[in-house]
Design a protein around this ligand. Structure first.
Ligand code: PLP
Length: 396
C-alpha cells in the first residue's frame, strides 16, 4: 500500500463537478481579478471565522508582510516569534526591515512559551507574532496580556490553523490582526497560492486593502488620508472586474504590493470552505484513532491543550530513533515529513542574528525528534490501520 502525507487527488475527486464548472464559468467570463468570487469568498470567510474584515492576498507570506506594514512595523523594530515554524513567519518580519526575536517553545504544544516572552522585550519590541503550529492555537490570553502590559501589537500567524479554536473562539479572532495561507496542502487549500488577512479594525483593513494593490484607488486614497490625518470624502470604486481597465488604478497613494487572490482560486476556495468543518472533524477523528492506537508504544503522540480545538493541519509524532522509523515507514509505502528539521534561529539565513546551538533547547530537541504521518480527511479505515500497525511493529 502507498499512502501519501496528504492526498489532494482524492480530495479533488470529491469536489470535481462543482469546481470544474466554476473554473470553466470564470474562464468563459474572462473576469479574473478582483471579481465577484473574490468578494463573495472574503464575505464568506469573514462569516465563517467571525471577523469584521477579510482581505484576500496572493499567499500567506504576503499576508504577514502586509499585516506587519499595516501595523507600522518596519526598519530595526523587533518582533517576538517562535523558532519552531515555517520560515515565512520570520522571513516576513525581515522583509519589512524588522528583526525576528526568537522565544523558545513549549515542549508539549510546540507553541511559543508565554513565560519566556517578557525577558526578550526591549525598547525596540513592537509586536508578538505567535504561530498556531500544526493547527493548535497558542496561549493567547497570556500572550495578549503581555502585549497589553508592554503596549505591543499581536499578529496571529494562523496559516496552519483555519477552523481551529481557542476557548471557543476561532483562531484569527484572538489578536489585532491574523493571517492565513491557502497553500494547497493547508486544511483549506486552493489550486495554487492564496492567503488572507483578517481584522476587526476598520483602519487596519483599509491600509491592508491599499497595500495589496499598489496603494492605489479608493483604498489607497482612504489609507493615505488615514495616515496623514486628512478628513475628506473618497469616491467609491464601483468596478466589479479589475482585469482590463480601472482608471482608479493609476493613482497611487502608498508604496504597496501586487498581492491579490484571483477569481479562479477564490471560486475553488468557496467550494472548499463549505466542507471545511467536515474535513477538520475527520482530521480530529483520525488523530483520536492514532492517539488511542499508539498510546502504548515508545512513540510520543501529540498533546492537545484543554483550551483548544486542534485541527491537525499536521499530525506530529516524536521518536528518539526518528530516522530509523521514517525509513521503516517508507519501506512500507507510508510517507512521512520532518517538520521542522532546523529551528529558525539556527537557519543559515539567520547566522547574522548571532544565535547558537543551545539557545532554544526545546525547539532544538523537537527538531531532532518530530515527524508527520499521513493526515487528511479522506484517509480510509484500512489506511489508518495499516499505518498504526506499521508504527507498532517498529516500536515494539
Ligand atoms: C506557519 C506558516 N506561516 C506562514 C506560511 C506562509 O504561507 P504561504 O506559503 O502561503 O506563503 C506558512 C505556509 O506555508 C506557514 O505554515
Amino acid at each position: 500500500m502507498q499512502i501519501p502525507l496528504i492526498n489532494l487527488k482524492k480530495q479533488y475527486e470529491t469536489i470535481k463537478t462543482e469546481c470544474d464548472k466554476k473554473v470553466l464559468d470564470i474562464l468563459r467570463s474572462a473576469n479574473y481579478i478582483m471579481g465577484e468570487n473574490v468578494k463573495a469568498f472574503e464575505t464568506e470567510f469573514a462569516e465563517y471565522i467571525g471577523t469584521k474584515h477579510s482581505i484576500s492576498v496572493a499567499n500567506g507570506t504576503d499576508a504577514l508582510v502586509i499585516a506587519l506594514k499595516a501595523l507600522g512595523i518596519g526598519q530595526d523594530d523587533e518582533v517576538i516569534t517562535t523558532p519552531f515554524t515555517f520560515f515565512s513567519t520570520a522571513e516576513s518580519i525581515s522583509a519589512v526591515g524588522a528583526v525576528p526575536v526568537f522565544v523558545d517553545v513549549r515542549l508539549d504544544t510546540f507553541n511559543i512559551d508565554p513565560s519566556k516572552i517578557e525577558e526578550k522585550i526591549t525598547p525596540k519590541t513592537k509586536a508578538i507574532m505567535p504561530v498556531h503550529i500544526f493547527g493548535q492555537p497558542c496561549d493567547m490570553d497570556e500572550i495578549n496580556e503581555i502585549a497589553k502590559k508592554h503596549n505591543l501589537k499581536v499578529i496571529e500567524d494562523a496559516c496552519q490553523a483555519v477552523g481551529a479554536e481557542y476557548k471557543g473562539r476561532k483562531a484569527g479572532t484572538l489578536a489585532d490582526i491574523a493571517c492565513f495561507s491557502f497553500f494547497p496542502t493547508k486544511n483549506l487549500g486552493c489550486a495554487g497560492d492564496g492567503g488572507m488577512i483578517i481584522t476587526d479594525d476598520d483602519d487596519l483593513a483599509t491600509i491592508c486593502k491599499a497595500l495589496r494593490t499598489h496603494g492605489s484607488g479608493e483604498n489607497g486614497k482612504k489609507a493615505y488620508n488615514l495616515l496623514n490625518d486628512i478628513n475628506e470624502e473618497v469616491e467609491e470604486d464601483k468596478s466589479t472586474d479589475n482585469t482590463i481597465y480601472n482608471p482608479l488604478k493609476y493613482y497611487n497613494y502608498l508604496v504597496g504590493h501586487n498581492s491579490r487572490l484571483d477569481e479562479l482560486q477564490a471560486a475553488i476556495l468557496r467550494v472548499k470552505l463549505t466542507l471545511l468543518d467536515e474535513w477538520n472533524n475527520k482530521r480530529r477523528e483520525n488523530a483520536k484513532l492514532y492517539n488511542e492506537k499508539l498510546k502504548d508504544t515508545k512513540i510520543v503522540t501529540p498533546y492537545e491543550d484543554k483550551n483548544v480545538k486542534h485541527v491537525y493541519h499536521m499530525y506530529i509524532l516524536q521518536a528518539e530513533k526518528r530516522q530509523e522509523i521514517v525509513d521503516y515507514l517508507k519501506q512500507r509505502g507510508i510517507a512521512t515529513g520532518i517538520y521542522y528539521p532546523v529551528p529558525l534561529h539556527l537557519q543559515k539565513a539567520y547566522t547574522h542574528l548571532g544565535y547558537k546551538l543551545g539557545d532554544m533547547p526545546n525547539a532544538e530537541y523537537l527538531s531532532e525528534r518530530t515527524f508527520a504521518i499521513p493526515m487528511f480527511a479522506e484517509l480510509t479505515e484500512e489506511e489508518k490501520q495499516y499505518i498504526v500497525q506499521a508504527i507498532k511493529e517498529f516500536g515494539e
